[in-house]
Design a protein around this ligand. Structure first.
Ligand code: SAM
Length: 348
């Protein structure tokens, strides 16, 4: 059947620009609502007036009124009667529940605080080819990343990893899992809780993220079996000692010239029958894929992280990397959420 395409006119193209511009403002509106406490206050007390909210939060009431009206227009808020505002369905979870897997406050913040600043710098970087890598951007940046990947970490710990054949029983029996690019340690701590007999080791090259991860390990008094180590897999661990190697939003962050070596070290760290689990983004390979809904998110990541020096691998590059690293068994591939790829393969 032939696809029915809408006619493109000058007006329809103008409307798209206004739509994108509204999207930009809406992301800032949400970010502001989280930062000044409006979204949380509306979760706690639905059907509040702007006056109620302003009084409770010590804010300027006319500004709060404008925020509420705009958020209502953008369908972030609902109202049964004029002037009494509440969150539209599911936004209590998506915008006001930081430990819920669907929480997107961190992703919003990454846009307003990091991407907005990076985009300004791209004007110069497009001439120089300069970058500002992930490492060394500081603890607030590391925290924003950790918040924005929270949902992926929950799914990885609770579903993706335990569903890999035989892995859960190996970890329950005292096995070991290695997280490459453990960042601030959220997944590491979740794995440690899910598998109380397992050894959980994280490796990263970002000092600030590791500092936060080590604080979490210390607070949980889990240092005897949970570690967050600085360096490469080869320098920090012994080969053939892990039942799984996991990476969440890491593969595309590894500099392309060392990606094969790092993947080889990951494969070497596995015991026979161990699993390599990669949750990442796949760059579209063809013009057709560039317009497919499941590739829109990775396509935009490729742009958003250009200034970080990141280059997203295509499907073909991911698969070649795994094969060249010696993982020659079948590769399980699926897409979850907004366009994240899950790759799993087992060492022979
Ligand atoms: C987007 S962050 C993800 C962090 C964490 N996995 C999460 O889900 O929040 C990517 C992480 O990979 C780390 N990384 C990049 N290249 C690396 C390498 N060659 N070896 C170890 N870690 C690396 C970065 O320092 C950063 O902490």
């Amino acid at each position: 059947m032939k696809e029915i395409s809408k006619e493109i006119t000058a007006d329809s193209q103008v409307a798209r620009i206004f739509d994108w511009r509204r999207g930009f403002n809406t992301i800032h509106l949400i970010d502001l609502g989280i930062k000044v406490g409006l979204i949380k206050a509306l979760k706690d007390a639905p059907d509040s007036t702007a006056q109620d909210l302003a009084g409770k939060l010590g804010l300027h009431a006319p500004y709060v009124e404008t925020w509420c009206r705009t958020a209502y227009g953008m369908e972030i808020l609902d109202a049964d009667e004029p002037g009494r505002w509440r969150l539209a369905p599911f936004f209590d979870v998506i915008l006001a529940s930081p430990t819920h897997p669907r929480y997107l406050g961190g992703y919003v913040r990454l846009g307003t605080e990091v991407a907005a600043d990076d985009f300004q710098r791209l004007v110069e970087a497009f001439k120089s080819g300069g970058t500002k890598p992930f490492q060394g951007r500081g603890e607030s940046f590391a925290q924003a990343i950790a918040e924005s990947t929270w949902g992926l970490q929950v799914i990885t710990a609770k579903k993706l990893l335990p569903e890999l054949p035989e892995l859960a029983s190996r970890l329950q029996a005292g096995g070991a899992v290695l997280e490459l690019g453990c960042g601030t340690g959220n997944l590491l701590m979740q794995l440690a809780r899910a598998f109380p007999a397992a050894r959980c080791v994280g490796v990263d090259i970002d000092v600030e993220s590791l500092h936060i991860a080590r604080e979490k390990i210390q607070q949980a008094q889990a240092g005897s079996r949970v570690q967050a180590l600085h360096g490469t897999i080869a320098s920090a661990t012994r080969p053939g000692t892990f039942d799984a190697v996991v990476m969440v939003e890491v593969l595309h962050e590894i500099a392309p010239h060392i990606r094969l070596q790092v993947t080889q070290e990951g494969a070497a760290a596995l015991k026979p029958g161990g699993w390599m689990l990669i949750v990442d983004e796949t760059y579209p390979s063809t013009l057709e894929e560039m317009r497919k809904p499941e590739f829109k998110f990775p396509l935009m990541t490729g742009f958003e992280e250009l200034f970080w020096g990141n280059v997203l691998p295509t499907r073909e590059e991911q698969e070649k990397l795994l094969r060249d690293a010696g993982l020659i068994g079948p590769i399980q591939r699926s897409i979850i959420g907004e366009g994240f790829t899950v790759l799993a393969t087992r060492k022979a």
